[in-house]
Write a protein that binds this ligand. Structure first.
Ligand SMILES: Nc1ncnc2c1ncn2[C@@H]1O[C@H](COP(=O)(O)OP(=O)(O)OP(=O)(O)O)[C@@H](O)[C@H]1O
Ligand SMILES: [Mg+2]
Length: 389
């Protein structure tokens, strides 16, 4: 039976690119299709020469085309796309109107909704558009070292394992740690001036730390930080995640201020330890968030106890801090995460405990936490600017 060329082309066009998570046809990544008797040769037009996950992509194309009528052999030849399609792709990913595209140009402008959202001269903040489904989860703490990054990473993996599309923005300017903990091995993909966050353990992750030199300490000042945060949100390609988790710096600083101005729907979750003293510090960060009209949704207590071989719970850092903070803030205590050695080890080795040991006591808690966050649902944002007129 002869191979139907248009069927092959349509099949390849429908393959989802693992990196950009959209059909190849839409991305302009399908090159020439050649057919010689029972053999099909497919050229792919990749956005850049060293394309991450190219092997997975080739595999997907093979698996899609192989079973078609008459096909005995499939050869996939990855190449690089020309300047023009690349520019088009960049615009498409950015959500800018592309000729003949299906983007909603007018819709994409927040000012069309009468708000002061987004940056005046900058591009629209897609996450604040009324049709954006993304929940922004800001993970904060009063002081450092309480397990904020560990909670962020494992909550993200738990949500991803439930089938949600999840990204993490590592915005802890005092020490970027998320890529290492999540096990990211690739650098972000750069297409022109667009950054595509790499994926590890099913979670996309971008760290502001990628863009500062290792050996030069950067002092992040308010306006610069605000601009950087805006770029990482708007100029990066996040797709349309269900959740974007932000690892916030400890304390009451500028990142909270920026989120209060720029991502007003950010929900804040406060991580604390069981000592009541730690709770008082955490309370200040929660109050700072509230002052900026961000919704504080819940408290997560970490390092709550260690379960010994004898099955007994040892409360190494005291008890009651999480409960007390939650009560003072009038929000639920969403989880108590036990101390487990695999959690620390996993963080060091880039295998989150959710992946390294899904049966562990801590993993079960992260799953419950993910469920609790889902049950809470998105925060209701009461902002004058958002009133429908
Ligand atoms: N429940 C836990 N069980 C075992 N180890 C933990 C637990 N939570 C955190 N750790 C370990 O404690 C250390 C601090 O945790 P983490 O880096 O997540 O905290 P942080 O609040 O983000 O700190 P920083 O302020 O330095 O960013 C890490 O080595 C981590 O692996
Ligand atoms: Mg951290």
């Amino acid at each position: 039976m002869a191979i139907d060329e248009s069927q092959v082309t349509a099949t390849v066009a429908a393959v989802i690119d693992p990196e950009l998570r959209r059909p190849l046809g839409e991305l302009g990544m399908v090159g020439r299709v050649g057919i010689k008797r029972k053999r099909v040769a497919i050229e792919l037009a990749l956005p850049v020469a060293h394309y991450p996950q190219v092997d997975e992509l080739v595999q997907r194309v093979r698996e899609a085309v192989g079973p078609l009528d008459g096909v005995a052999e499939v050869a996939v030849e990855p190449g690089v796309m020309d300047e023009e399609p690349r520019a088009r792709l960049r615009m498409l990913l950015r959500g800018e109107p592309v000729d003949g595209g299906t983007q909603h140009a007018a819709d994409d402008h927040p000012h069309a909704h009468g708000g002061q959202l987004g940056h005046e001269e900058g591009r629209p903040n897609r996450f604040m558009l009324p049709r954006s489904k993304t929940r922004i989860i800001g993970v904060s703490s009063g002081k450092g070292g309480v397990g904020k990054s560990s909670v962020t990473v494992n909550l993200a993996v738990a949500l991803a394992r439930m089938g949600y599309d999840v990204g993490i923005l590592d915005a802890d300017v005092y020490g970027f740690s998320v890529p290492k903990m999540l096990g990211v091995t690739e650098d972000p993909l750069i297409i022109g001036d667009l950054v595509v966050p790499p994926t590890a353990n099913g979670v996309r992750c971008l760290s502001m730390g990628y863009f500062v030199p290792d050996d030069t300490p950067v002092i992040w000042r308010g306006p610069m930080l605000h601009k950087a945060l805006e770029q990482f949100l708007v100029d990066a390609y996040w797709g349309e995640p269900d959740f974007l988790l932000i690892d916030m710096p400890p304390g009451t600083g500028d990142v909270t201020l920026s989120l209060g101005q720029y991502l007003t729907k950010t929900e804040v979750y406060v991580v604390t330890t069981p000592q009541p003293a730690a709770g008082r510090v955490a309370q200040r960060s929660a109050y700072a968030a509230r002052k900026l009209k961000l919704a504080v949704r819940g408290v997560i207590e970490n390092m709550s106890w260690f379960t010994g071989d004898d099955g007994k719970r040892y409360q190494l850092f005291g008890a009651g801090g999480g409960r007390q903070l939650a009560d003072e803030l009038g929000v639920p205590l969403l989880a108590q995460v036990p101390l487990v050695p695999t959690l620390r080890q996993g963080g060091d080795e880039g295998i989150p405990v959710m992946v390294a040991d899904p049966a562990s006591e801590a993993s079960a808690v992260f799953e419950q936490l993910a469920t609790a966050v889902l049950e809470l649902g998105p925060a209701r944002v009461y902002r004058k600017e958002l009133t429908v007129r």
